[in-house]
Design a protein around this ligand. Structure first.
Ligand code: UD1
Length: 416
């Protein structure tokens, strides 16, 4: 199993290009199931999850080709409408094939995702939404089996805001008969990116980016070309790493408008931030100040940035409260941070972090994707060597992380 070895104590300095967003890329790749024409995607990140999704689509019969700077997906020979357990268990986003498959082929079999490290993460809202659109759903042998002659437009209310739930039902509704209204829908920027791609394919969608999305179903969709939006979580992770190490970095090809709460919190921590077009420059002089964080659906503070801010708070001046309201078990990194000398108390969904002057390198274990990023940040600030085990989590969501951090002056290497 691969590990990362980090020699801490070097401030990050320099420029780094931000990759395409994982959480936009995965649903948009699934949009290729909605048409027999070719979908051309640019800025797809080179990530393990993107590779898994590509394999899954290929297994269903989608032809995937890599040409100069773009990957094309052609769904004219799809003959298998199934996402098997071994794929779904490694990547929960595989559930996103369910909506498009029932919408276009009237039949889909997708393995029920099990629990995962950060919580139970059910998919009941995806299922209820499809049932409201007229799909017949059976749960058989651990699989969701959905069938429908043609889905019908419906009014669907989400009693919990769900990102992939919104995306799945939006993709189901684009080919349904009639109008679908998604209420209390997710407002994440990745939902807008998917809607933009679907509109280029001929879908009729309005209201994305608000909590009320209207979709007027059409008979068929055509191919399109779409550039995947920048990854706001990768952007935020590099910014926090620079702030924690007292560095000065510039992110290229990103967007400040999708990072508002994160930039506000970094400013509160004492960072100087300058935005110029698609670049964000951050400079941190001296020790960061502690910042309270409370996660909630967009546009509030993202749960996917909670662990990274926890690492920042570990070495900040003062005490901070970190409250997690989205996932019930997303403090797995706390135990590992304590091994580096962090002072953290946890009570239910609230952590109190008392900043210490320094962390000390140790061997730690990554438990999920964003927890891994938090341990990398802690390793970059800790004195001596930090070895992070189980970094396959990191490769699921961060493109070439060690070479990007190395380019910024970090001492980081991958060891077998
Ligand atoms: C997406 C993101 C993930 C991010 C999360 C929250 C992708 C591929 N992943 O995950 O990085 O951390 O949003 O911003 O975009 N829930 C239910 N029933 C459902 C669906 C969800 O109870 O049918 C609950 C979940 O358990 C969780 C909450 O709703 O407590 C939000 O989850 P959701 O937005 O669905 O997360 P994902 O879409 O899986």
């Amino acid at each position: 199993m691969q590990k990362l070895a980090i020699q801490g104590g070097r401030p990050l300095r320099g420029e780094v290009r931000i990759s395409g967003a994982k959480n936009a890329a995965l649903p948009i790749m699934c949009a290729s199931l909605l048409t027999a024409d070719t979908l051309h995607l640019t800025n797809l990140p080179d990530l393990h999850d993107v590779g898994t999704m590509r394999k899954l689509l290929q297994q269903m019969g989608v032809t995937v080709e890599t040409a100069a700077g773009e990957i094309t997906f052609k769904g004219d020979k799809i003959d298998k409408w199934e996402a098997p357990y071994d794929m779904v268990k490694t990547m929960r986003a595989a559930i996103l094939v369910l909506g498009p498959l029932v919408a276009r082929f009237g039949d889909a079999k997708v393995s029920l995702p099990g629990g995962c490290a950060i919580g139970s993460r059910p998919v009941d809202l995806h299922i209820k939404g499809l049932q409201a659109m007229g799909a017949e759903i059976a749960i058989e042998h651990g699989y969701i089996h959905a069938k429908a002659k043609r889905l019908k437009g419906a009014r669907i209310f989400f009693d919990i805001v769900s990102v992939t739930g919104t995306e799945n039902l939006m993709m189901a509704a684009v080919l349904a008969d009639g109008v679908t209204v998604l209420e209390n829908a997710a407002r994440e920027p990745e939902v807008i990116d998917l809607a933009n791609c679907l509109r280029s394919m001929g879908a009729k969608i309005s209201g994305d980016g608000t909590d009320n999305i209207t979709i007027i179903g059409v008979e068929s969709l055509r191919g399109a070309t779409h550039h995947i939006m920048p990854d706001r979580i990768e952007s935020g992770t590099f910014l926090v790493a620079a702030a924690a190490t007292g560095g000065s970095i510039t992110l290229r090809e990103t967007r400040a408008d999708i990072l508002e709460t994160v930039l506000e919190k970094l400013t509160e921590a004492g960072a100087k931030i300058v935005v110029d077009g698609d670049t964000i420059h951050l400079e941190m002089n001296g020790r960061p100040k502690s910042v309270n964080v409370r996660t909630a659906p967009h546009p509030a503070f993202p749960t996917d940035m909670q662990a990274q801010f926890m690492a920042l708070n570990c070495i900040a001046d003062g005490s901070a409260m970190v409250v997690e309201t989205i996932f019930e078990n997303r403090f797995m990194h706390v135990q590992e941070l304590r091994r580096l000398g962090a002072q953290i108390d946890v009570e239910g969904n609230t952590s109190v972090v008392r900043g210490v002057a320094k962390l000390e390198g140790a061997t730690v274990m990554a438990t999920d994707l964003r927890a891994s990023a938090c341990l990398v940040i802690a390793g970059l600030v800790a004195e001596g060597e930090t070895v992070i085990d189980r970094i396959y989590h990191l490769d699921r969501g961060y493109e070439h992380i060690e070479s990007k951090l190395g380019q910024l002056g970090a001492s980081i290497r991958r060891v077998k």
